[in-house]
Design a protein. Structure first.
Length: 664
């Protein structure tokens, strides 16, 4: 018989496979693993492995059981304590694990069945727990199997019961420790088995974060955390009481402290599913800068790989925002996708559903198909009302999402231009007068307005290190232009090609063809306007160049003052008056010439005053971190799509502008 690769198997004759004579396979080779032995033999099947993540999965299983009691309304306090020697204790004030004899195993207590038998528990029928994180009945028994020692105390019916185990096996029968008052619930204390996990130990910081996230997920529970002082760190206290009445909104507020947001307040809410199918809670916002995050949970279980509940959230937000844009007759809203809306989203989603389905025992992804529709329907209605209730906030969010969509489309179509090499010749803008130096170090690109100024600059430059790119008049205002206009604008295409570093998310500083970019415009109102448009372009499309200090403004003179053989240049009217008083006598007849533009300046004068690194003055365009929010607000007000913001700015600053004119 030929194998899958077209050859014969070893030991085959005439195409018929034969086994070596020494091999045997009979009934005695069939092993039957009983009790918890399968868990100790193959722990990876139950907790994903034997690494640090698997170790902490044991803690999560026990804490989740306590949380199920809280979510079911039977407990409001959970205590978690990490002690020296890698001992972890979890105590709740819930109903307590049943201790009466089990109907199917009358010689054993229900507690012993739970801790020694796989697929046993009270969460299958839905009678004891409407929703729960434990589903397969293997959590407590798996922890017991992989613990060097585990001790259980149950305070139930005013009686204390105790039992201890070693590597999954009971060290005796369930004991009645006597009457007890003012206490109820379950206490589990265990130490992971070094035979399974080696020298790995619980991380106090990781367990503290887990407890804190559980407290955020269910606002009705108080979690009391404690660890030995030797295990505490700067961010992990030795003791803490974790209780957050605001739930997910409290968590989001603490996670985003100090970060600028698109909306003034997060979108938060909760809703119940129809016919008692469960409920969901969410807290969502959008960030002005940087990457966001989305943390999802199902029945308080973290689902880092998302799943069907996350799909419901995506559908609700994207469809809701598109519908709002259509209502406002904003055609560009149709281009918004989940990628645009969720790229800068920071949020939390928690769902509680009956009989959830997870991917694998470690439950990292929710796969319940009905969760998508339940979450989408519940959120969509609330999201529609939230948008309609605050048109200003909704408008800002819609504009932000559209800008991201346009950037995505532009990025897809944009072609980067690398630096030329010995084997490949670049396609560069036809009007670019490039410098001869191959490397970017020490080179400069001058952006000038018009061919006339470009001609003078080309004659005045240092050909080795200075390149000149003439631009035709006032470029496009990228803060208010659509994606289509940006893609079609030849001036901006030429500029991006000349720079060679790409734009937007495809920006790569290492591919920048010049060490410095210099905006060189006429020293008048029109020149200032063109410079403002260019700075807007760099701020929106190439902000990293601004942050890196690569963008500069040239300071060409507006006047030339001459007397005899003396010639002095002045930047503006105020500078002219100062120079007249400082450098010339009142009796001297000074000839004052006003340059109409850079194109009318002799190349020698342009070089002397504006382009020669030894004699010129450059202004560096900076973006201080503490001023980024204010800069974004000003950019939107002065250059954005909303004229009412510009009108408001003029109203608020008219007096200051008038005073400035008087001073000049």
């Amino acid at each position: 018989m030929n194998d899958l690769f077209g050859g014969r198997r070893p030991g085959s004759k005439g195409g018929i496979a034969t086994a070596p004579e020494t091999a045997s396979y009979s009934a005695k080779d069939i092993e039957v693993l009983e009790g918890l032995e399968p868990v100790r033999r193959r722990p990876g099947m139950y907790i994903g492995g034997t690494d640090e993540n698997a170790l902490h999965h044991l803690a999560a299983e026990i804490i989740d059981n306590a949380m199920d009691e809280a979510v079911a309304g039977h407990a409001d306090r959970i205590e978690v304590s990490l002690e020296p020697g890698n001992w972890l204790t979890v105590r709740d004030n819930g109903r307590g694990i049943p201790t009466d004899p089990h109907p199917k195993f009358p010689k054993l207590s229900a507690l012993e069945v739970i801790f020694t038998t796989l697929h046993s528990g009270g969460k299958f029928s839905g009678k004891a727990y409407e929703t729960s994180g434990g589903l397969h009945g293997v959590g407590s028994s798996v922890v017991n199997a992989l613990a060097e020692r585990l001790e259980v105390e149950v305070a139930r019916d005013r009686t204390l019961f105790t039992q201890a185990y070693a590597r999954g096996k009971p060290l005796g029968r369930l004991k009645n420790a006597g009457a007890i008052h003012n206490r109820r619930g379950t206490t589990i204390r265990f130490k992971p088995d070094p035979e399974i996990f080696g020298k790995l130990e619980f991380s106090a910081a990781r367990l503290y974060r887990l407890c804190r996230s559980k407290a955020y997920l269910y606002r009705g529970v108080e979690i009391r955390w404690a660890c030995d002082a030797s295990l505490a760190t700067g961010e992990t206290p030795a003791s803490a009481t974790l209780h957050f009445p605001g739930g997910l909104a409290d968590f989001l507020g603490s996670a985003l402290e100090g970060r600028s947001q698109v909306v003034p307040a997060p979108y938060v809410g909760e809703a119940s599913f129809p016919e008692g199918a469960g409920r969901c809670e969410w807290a969502v916002t959008w960030l002005e800068q940087g990457d966001g995050f989305l943390s999802t949970y199902a029945n308080t279980i973290p689902t880092p790989q998302g799943g069907t509940h996350e799909a419901g959230l995506r559908g609700a937000l994207v469809k809701g925002l598109r519908a709002y844009g259509e209502l406002k007759k904003e055609k560009r809203a149709a281009t918004v996708t989940a990628e645009d809306l969720f790229g800068g989203l920071a949020g939390m989603l928690s769902v509680f559903v009956r009989d959830p389905q997870f991917q694998g025992q470690t439950k990292e992804k929710l796969t319940s198909p009905e969760a998508t529709k339940l979450v989408e329907t519940a959120l969509r209605d609330h999201f529609d009302h939230w948008l309609a209730g605050d048109p200003t906030t909704a408008g800002n969010l819609l504009t932000w999402a559209i800008e991201r969509a346009e950037e995505r489309i532009r990025r897809r179509e944009q072609k980067d231009t690398p630096r030329k090499s010995a084997t490949r010749k670049l396609r560069l803008p036809g009007k670019l007068a490039d410098c001869s130096r191959e490397s970017a170090e020490g080179t400069e690109l001058f952006l000038v307005e018009g061919d006339s100024a470009g001609g003078s600059a080309k004659q005045a430059r240092d050909r080795e290190t200075q390149a000149v790119l003439p631009l035709r008049g006032k470029i496009l205002n990228v803060a208010s232009a659509s994606a289509d206009k940006l893609r079609q604008n030849q001036e901006l295409k030429d500029l991006i090609e000349a720079l060679g570093c790409g734009a937007g998310e495809r920006f790569d500083l290492a591919r920048l063809r010049y060490g410095r970019i210099v905006i060189m415009t006429d020293a008048d109102v029109d020149g200032a306007h063109i410079a403002a448009l260019l700075m807007t372009f760099f701020y929106k499309e190439l902000p990293e160049l601004v942050r890196q200090g690569r963008l500069h403004l040239a300071q060409p003179p507006l006047y030339r003052l001459q007397h005899g053989g003396k010639s002095v240049y002045a930047r503006d009217d105020a500078d002219r008056e100062r120079i007249l008083k400082r450098d010339f006598k009142p009796s001297q007849k000074v000839e004052v010439s006003r340059f109409k533009g850079l194109g009318e300046m002799p190349p020698a004068a342009l070089k002397e005053t504006t382009m020669d690194p030894k004699r010129r003055t450059l202004l560096k365009v900076v973006l201080p971190p503490e001023e980024r929010t204010r800069t974004a607000e000003l950019m939107e007000a002065l250059m954005g799509r909303r004229p009412e913001l510009r009108f408001k700015f003029i109203q608020e600053n008219a007096a200051k502008l008038d005073e400035a004119e008087v001073d000049v």
